[in-house]
Design a protein around this ligand. Structure first.
Ligand SMILES: Nc1ncnc2c1ncn2[C@@H]1O[C@H](COP(=O)(O)OP(=O)(O)OP(=O)(O)O)[C@@H](O)[C@H]1O
Ligand SMILES: [Mg+2]
Length: 328
């Protein structure tokens, strides 16, 4: 049984212009210890996808389909039961570390909190374990700084503290949503290496969201390319990088941003921009921007085409795209 099995996941959000589908029938599986990346332009549904796994969507969101985590169905799971999984079996690292940290509590208390809550540790034991975690993530002089507050640390150190919190209960799955984008370029590399080392040493599965293809290439064994709430291409990282079979993936590679580029970036070299959710076309989400588009692309949701190496592409013009070869 895979650790995580997502099938036909749909997420409908309430927007100012009415209900809109932010995630449109995506699916993937993740084995224990397996690492997966999600790439795609701003607004394509990456964060909404992982928030649905964590049960962190707004209350008005409607989720359908299936998310099976270690045999438990998470769609429709009552909040009480979800709390048992969140922060315990699934840990999350956020883009902005202060999202996870509470400014008015000491770091010892915050890193120890999940251990008291989920593992029933005493205050003293939780403090001891928090110290070990903070040392492992590289907080200098951690023993002397246990009673310091988040604002007394640098951005990179705060992200390390956020990672210690996410790891506290020894989760089976770690989710990192743009974990390095808010940091200086030199710090980005250190944090990324820390995440990679921790994932390997603890045998955790990883879902890493990044708009940086270099980060994806280094960190994960397989990947999803998302556009308009759909997965347009997926497969082993090496196969997707070698083939770049979907015109959108080709566009992403051509527009590869410089290391350290800010999140929320729009890819200027792909003509047009991501359509508003409520305006997404019935057919291929990329049809409005793609140079291979024919009439059918606007009306038909492309079915997946299976390529070698468990690599899948959703494009009805695939033969013509491949005939042209990789352009980027
Ligand atoms: N709470 C919400 N209510 C309504 N719409 C939302 C809400 N949160 C996100 N959206 C919309 O859902 C779509 C997908 O958002 P999501 O945050 O998943 O994008 P993303 O791929 O993570 O982008 P980014 O790279 O900017 O983080 C966007 O169009 C966004 O505007
Ligand atoms: Mg996001």
């Amino acid at each position: 049984m895979p650790l995580l099995e997502v099938n036909n996941l749909h997420v409908q959000l309430q927007t100012q212009r009415g209900p809109a589908e932010a995630v449109r029938g995506i699916g993937f599986t993740l084995e224990r210890g397996e690492t997966m990346g999600i790439v795609g332009e701003s607004g394509c549904g990456k964060s909404i996808t992982v928030q649905s796994l964590m049960g962190l969507l707004p209350a008005s969101a409607e989720v359908t389909g299936s998310i099976r985590f270690d045999g438990t169905e998470l769609v429709g799971l009552p909040e009480r039961a979800m709390c048992e999984i969140r922060g315990n079996r699934i840990g999350m690292i956020f883009q902005e570390p202060m999202t996870a940290l509470n400014p008015v509590h000491t770091i010892a208390r915050q890193v120890g909190e999940p251990l008291r809550l989920h593992r029933g540790l005493s205050n003293a034991d939780a403090r001891k374990e928090a110290l070990a975690l903070l040392e492992r993530v590289g907080i200098p002089d951690a023993a002397a700084r246990l009673d310091a507050y988040p604002h007394q640390f640098s951005g990179g150190q705060r992200q390390r503290i956020g990672i210690a919190m996410a790891l506290a209960c020894g989760p089976d799955l770690l989710i990192a949503d743009e974990p390095t984008t808010a940091l200086d370029v030199t710090i980005q590399k250190q944090i990324l290496e820390l995440i990679q080392n921790l994932v390997a040493e603890r045998g955790m599965a990883l879902i890493l969201i990044s708009h940086d293809l270099g980060v994806i290439a280094q960190s994960v064994s397989k990947m999803l390319v998302m556009y308009g709430g759909s997965v347009v291409e997926s497969g082993p990282t090496a196969a997707v990088f070698a083939e770049r079979a979907h015109p959108y993936t080709q566009g992403l590679f051509a527009a590869r941003p410089a290391l350290g580029a800010p999140r929320g970036l729009k890819l200027a070299t792909i003509k047009g921009s991501v359509p508003e959710l409520v305006d997404l076309p019935a057919g291929c989400p990329f049809a409005g921007r793609c140079r291979f588009t024919i009439d059918d692309c606007h009306t038909t949701r492309p079915p997946p085409t299976q390529m070698p190496h468990n690599h899948q592409v959703r494009c009805i013009r695939l033969d013509d795209v491949i005939a042209e070869g990789v352009t980027a």
